[in-house]
Design a protein around this ligand. Structure first.
Ligand code: FES
Ligand SMILES: [Fe+2]
Length: 393
């Protein structure tokens, strides 16, 4: 199989496969060729995009960095984000802040020092910084010393709160509109959060959020998949802002988790850049949301956060049962991703084949469009089209 750069890989394949807007694609089997995807830098001289950019997580996007409840007033939390170390906290007004966790003086971690709700004090030589990052005091300076610290500052990052989480955009440039931060469209009666670190790249981990093919083999627990048989699936996907969505009605053969809700729930699964999967389940007035977020910690470590929210207070009783099951589910992904990453480290190519791998190709197309539109200073134009996919799982 010929090795191609990311541009020639998923993009070339998707256009070659054609597809009619709004209709299933009746193509002969012979037209279905596997696609080899390599995250290695492309050698193409006409590649307008810096090839290494496709290998990185999107720089200008919101990433889930902590649970909101983990941020206490007067407390500091250290987190990693895309190779950077951040210190998070809440000011006296309750508003969260995110600063680079590095004192400009000698590089000490500010998260190791005290915070009085107003200033962070570096524990090395006592320099003080406001929650806006500006240096407020250097206690070791003599009153006769004219050294000026007013221009010294720690980098501050944009921070938001939504759906019970803290979100940080690591980009230092003011860009255009970026993918919306996930929100909840109902008031939850309860929620459960499980997070696991995966020793795998952000891309590989994010692909698992859009990969229907792995479910039958990786998530084969009795409580999720009572039947071991592979069944034909036909689902319609359509583009949405910065991603795509699959809508369906759950059937009686669906997972017991869906059946727990009673009736015939409607399920909608949205993927959104940079690495967000939003599963929304509606059964009459009942609502369940199953959200998963990928957060790049370093080049080869990714945080997978799974949050389950529900509108029915009675489900709170199931928390002690549901938590270990959620952890088991996420651990199944973690284990297989880590072994796959080891294989990709030895040879960094993937072969994407068939409809089941199309969402993975779409991920790369969306990411490329986000990078190219930001680079050209134009609005993001979703390159995907509505279409029906068939696979067995
Ligand atoms: S390293 Fe922070 S005050 Fe010296
Ligand atoms: Fe999975």
């Amino acid at each position: 199989m010929q090795r191609r750069g990311p541009r020639a890989g998923p993009q070339a394949s998707a256009s070659r496969r054609g597809g009619v807007r709004g209709q299933p694609d009746p193509k002969p089997k012979a037209a279905r060729r596997p696609v080899s995807v390599s995250p290695l830098p492309s050698q193409r001289s006409d590649d307008a995009l810096d090839p290494t950019a496709m290998r990185q997580p999107l720089p200008d996007a919101w990433y889930c960095v902590a649970e909101s409840r983990a941020l206490k007033r007067n407390g500091l939390t250290a987190v990693a984000l895309n190779g950077e170390q951040l210190v998070l906290g809440r000011g006296a007004d309750g508003a969260p802040f995110a600063l680079r966790d590095r004192c400009p003086h000698r590089g000490m971690a500010l998260s190791k020092g005290p915070f009085d709700g107003d200033t962070l004090m570096c524990p090395f030589h006592g320099w003080r910084f406001g929650t806006d990052g500006r240096c407020r005091a250097v206690p070791t300076l003599s009153t006769h010393d004219a050294a000026d610290f007013s221009r010294i500052a720690v980098q501050r990052f944009p921070v938001r709160e939504s759906a019970g989480f803290v979100w940080v955009n690591p980009s230092l440039q003011e860009g255009g509109p970026v993918p919306a931060i996930p929100a909840l469209d109902f008031e939850p009666a309860g929620s459960l959060v499980v997070a696991l670190e995966v020793e795998a790249s952000f891309d590989l981990t994010t692909l698992s959020l859009v990969d229907p093919g792995h479910v039958a083999f990786v998530h084969d627990s009795w409580w999720f998949r009572p039947s071991k048989e592979l069944r034909e699936k036909v689902k319609t996907f359509q583009p949405v802002e910065h991603g795509f969505v699959m809508t369906s009605h759950a059937t009686t053969k669906s997972s017991p988790v869906y059946r727990l809700l009673g009736g015939v729930p409607e399920v909608e699964i949205e993927f959104r850049l940079p690495g967000v999967r939003l599963e929304r389940i509606v059964a009459g007035a009942k609502r369940v949301a199953n959200y998963t977020f990928a957060t790049p910690l370093t080049a080869n470590r990714t945080l997978l956060t799974n949050a389950l929210y529900w509108s029915m207070p009675a489900l709170n009783l199931l928390k002690p049962v549901a938590r270990p099951l959620m952890r088991q589910f996420l651990t199944q992904d973690q284990q297989v991703l880590q072994h796959a990453q080891a294989g990709l480290d030895r040879k960094p190519t993937m072969v994407l084949l068939g409809d089941g791998d199309l969402p993975s190709q779409w991920y790369f197309r969306l990411k490329r469009e986000a990078l190219e539109s930001a680079r050209a200073g134009r609005p993001f134009a979703n390159p995907l089209e509505r279409r029906e996919l068939r696979w067995r799982s």
